[in-house]
Design a binder for this molecule. Sequence first.
Ligand SMILES: *[C@@H]1O[C@H](CO)[C@@H](O)[C@H](O)[C@H]1NC(C)=O
Ligand SMILES: *[C@@H]1O[C@H](CO)[C@@H](O)[C@H](O)[C@H]1NC(C)=O
Ligand SMILES: *[C@@H]1O[C@H](CO)[C@@H](O)[C@H](O)[C@H]1NC(C)=O
Ligand SMILES: *[C@@H]1O[C@H](CO)[C@@H](O)[C@H](O)[C@H]1NC(C)=O
Ligand SMILES: *[C@@H]1O[C@H](CO)[C@@H](O)[C@H](O)[C@H]1NC(C)=O
Ligand SMILES: *[C@@H]1O[C@H](CO)[C@@H](O)[C@H](O)[C@H]1NC(C)=O
Ligand SMILES: *[C@@H]1O[C@H](CO)[C@@H](O)[C@H](O)[C@H]1NC(C)=O
Ligand SMILES: *[C@@H]1O[C@H](CO)[C@@H](O)[C@H](O)[C@H]1NC(C)=O
Ligand SMILES: *[C@@H]1O[C@H](CO)[C@@H](O)[C@H](O)[C@H]1NC(C)=O
Ligand SMILES: CC(=O)N[C@H]1CO[C@H](CO)[C@@H](O)[C@@H]1O
Length: 489
Amino acid sequence: MRRALLLAFIQTALYSSVLAKFNPLHHSGPAAPYFNAPPQFGISDETPPGCVVDQAAYIVRHGARYPEPGGSVDGWESLFAKFQSSDYTASGSLAFMPSWTPAIDAMANEPLYLTTAGAMEAFNLGVELRQRYGLTQGGDNLTVWSASQQRVEDTASYFLDGYLSQGNFLLNKTLNRGTIVTLPDSVNFTFANSLTPGNGCPLYPTGDKSALANTFRASYQPAIAQRLNTMLDGLELNVTDIGPMMDLCGFQTVINGNKEFCGIFTDDEWLDYEYADDLNYYYGSGPGNPFSAVVGFPYVKAVTDLLVVGPNKTTNGSTIIPPNLLMSFTHDNNIPPIVSALGIWNESTVSPLSPTTPNTQRHFRSSFLVNFLGHIAIERLSCDQPLPFSVKHVAGQIVPRPGKSSDTKQYVRIRINDAPVPVPGCTSGPGSTCPLSDFADYVTERGKTIGNFVDVCGLKNVSNATSSVTFFTDFPPNSTVFTPLPEAM
Ligand SMILES: *[C@@H]1O[C@H](CO)[C@@H](O)[C@H](O)[C@H]1NC(C)=O
Ligand SMILES: *[C@@H]1O[C@H](CO)[C@@H](O)[C@H](O)[C@H]1NC(C)=O
Ligand SMILES: *[C@@H]1O[C@H](CO)[C@@H](O)[C@H](O)[C@H]1NC(C)=O
Ligand SMILES: *[C@@H]1O[C@H](CO)[C@@H](O)[C@H](O)[C@H]1NC(C)=O
Ligand SMILES: *[C@@H]1O[C@H](CO)[C@@H](O)[C@H](O)[C@H]1NC(C)=O
Ligand SMILES: *[C@@H]1O[C@H](CO)[C@@H](O)[C@H](O)[C@H]1NC(C)=O
Ligand SMILES: *[C@@H]1O[C@H](CO)[C@@H](O)[C@H](O)[C@H]1NC(C)=O
Ligand SMILES: *[C@@H]1O[C@H](CO)[C@@H](O)[C@H](O)[C@H]1NC(C)=O
Ligand SMILES: *[C@@H]1O[C@H](CO)[C@@H](O)[C@H](O)[C@H]1NC(C)=O
Ligand SMILES: CC(=O)N[C@H]1CO[C@H](CO)[C@@H](O)[C@@H]1O
C-alpha cells in the first residue's frame, strides 16, 4: 500500500518534471500547434463560481497548415538540396539530416492548406465550446463568419463539424446545420467591415516595422550556424539555413508528428527565435504599429455593442439575429490588432518591446496569441451568489443555477488562448472580470483615443468607406454563404 503510494508519488513528480521541461513547441510563435496559454496574471481560466457565460465572441486564426508555397517551401527545398548535394558526415542531433526529406508528398494540394492536425484542432475547438458554454440547444443551426481563403474556411467548417457533432442530426437537413458567411479576403473595398481590415486601411503598411525582427535574427543566427557546423564535417551551414530549420520543428510536428528538428537547438536559441516572432507581430500588426488599434477597433466595438444588447435579442434594423456564440475565423495578422484595440498586454514596464533585448516579463508573446488556432475570446458573464453550502429543494421546482436567477449582474472577461487577461483598470468583478457597463465605457474611451478608421486610415476622400463592422447583423456585399455539413445521401 505504502509502496503503491510512493510509486504514485514518484510518477506524479516525474510527470510534472516532464511538464515543466522546456518545450520548443511552446516557443515557436506562428509555427506552433495550438496549446492553452499559461495564466500570465494568475487568474483561473474557469468561469468564476456563481457565473454563467451567456454570450461569447471568438476571433480565431486558422488551424495548423502546411508552409506557404514560394517562401517557406523554397526554404525547405534549398535545405534539402544543400544536405543532398555533397559528401559530408553529420553527427549528434544532426545525424538524421542525411536521411531527411521535406514532409510534403502532394506539392499541388498541400502547401498553404490545413494539415490533419489543423483540422483536428478546429474540430476540437467546436467540441470544447459546446461543452464549455452550451450557448445553443441541440438541433439549433449555427452561423459563423470567415475570411475567404480556403484554409480559413476549412477551419470554420471543421469547427462546425465538431460543434454540431452531437446526437442524431446528420440526416436531418433542417436541424443542426452550420452556415459560414464568407467575407472577401485581403481586398481594400470593404474597409473596416471585414475580417482582414488591415487591407482596407491604406496607411496601415506605413506603420509596419516588422523588419526589426530580421535585425534581431541577424544578431543570433550566426552563432547558431557556427555551433551546428561543429557537428558537420564536409558541409557548412550559414545564417540562411537557420530560420527554415527552426520553423521545421513546429511545421513537421503538425504535418507528421516528427520532432527531430525540435531536438537540434538549445533553450536559449529557441527563446531568441520566439522573440524574433514577438517583434515581428508586435511591430508588424500589433501595438508597435500605430495603425494597429484603429484596424482592430471596429470588431471590438461591434462585439461590445452586441454584448450590451444581450443574448437572444435582435438589434435595431438587423437582417441577421446573431447567435450568442459569435465565431470569426481569419489569419494570424488580424489577431494582434484586437490586442491593440483592447489596450491589453500594455504595461509601461514591458511595452514597447525592445528591438534588441528580450524582457522576460513581457506579456506579448506570439506563441500565446498567433500559434495555429490562436484566438481571443470576449465573454459576457451573468453572475450572482455562488451556490451556498446547502440548498433547499421544493418538490417540482428546479432551483435556478447561480448566474441564471432574475437578479444577476453582467461582466466581461477577455481570454487569449484561454488564459484570462484583465481589462486595464477594470477588474472589480468575480474572477477579475470587468462590469459590463464599465467595459462599454472603457471601449467608448478607447474609441476616442484611437480615432475612427476612415479618418486615421486616410480614407476621407473615399465616399463609401466605412469605419464600422456590421457583418454580424447584415450580410455585407460580396459575402457568400454556404452550409458545410454533408447533405443526406
Ligand atoms: C428533422 O427533425 C424534425 C424535428 O424534430 C422532424 O420533424 C423531422 O422529421 C426530421 N427529419 C428527418 C429527415 O429526420
Ligand atoms: C437550418 O439551416 C438549414 C440549411 O441552411 C435551413 O434549411 C433550415 O431552415 C435552418 N433551420 C432553422 C431552424 O433555422
Ligand atoms: C484599392 O486598390 C485599387 C487597386 O490597387 C486602387 O485602384 C484603389 O484606389 C484602392 N482603393 C482604395 C479605397 O484605397
Ligand atoms: C465602394 O465603392 C467601390 C467602387 O464603386 C465598390 O467596389 C465597393 O464594393 C464599395 N464598398 C462598399 C463597402 O460599399
Ligand atoms: C548560405 O548558403 C546558401 C547555399 O547553401 C546560399 O545560397 C546563401 O546565399 C548563403 N547565405 C549567406 C548569407 O551566405
Ligand atoms: C437564449 O435562448 C435559448 C433557447 O433558444 C435558451 O436556452 C437560453 O437560456 C436563452 N438565454 C438567455 C440568456 O435568455
Ligand atoms: C431603430 O432604427 C430606426 C431607423 O434607423 C430609428 O428611427 C429608431 O429610432 C431605432 N430604434 C431604436 C430603439 O433604436
Ligand atoms: C500603451 O500605453 C501607453 C502608455 O500608457 C500609451 O501611450 C499607448 O498608446 C498604449 N498603446 C496601446 C496600443 O494601447
Ligand atoms: C463583388 O460583387 C459584385 C456584384 O455582385 C461583382 O461584380 C464583383 O466581381 C465582386 N467582387 C469580388 C472581388 O468578388
Ligand atoms: C480613390 C482615392 O483617391 N483614393 C485615395 C484616398 O487616399 C488614400 C490615402 O491617402 C490613397 O491611398 C487612395 O489612393
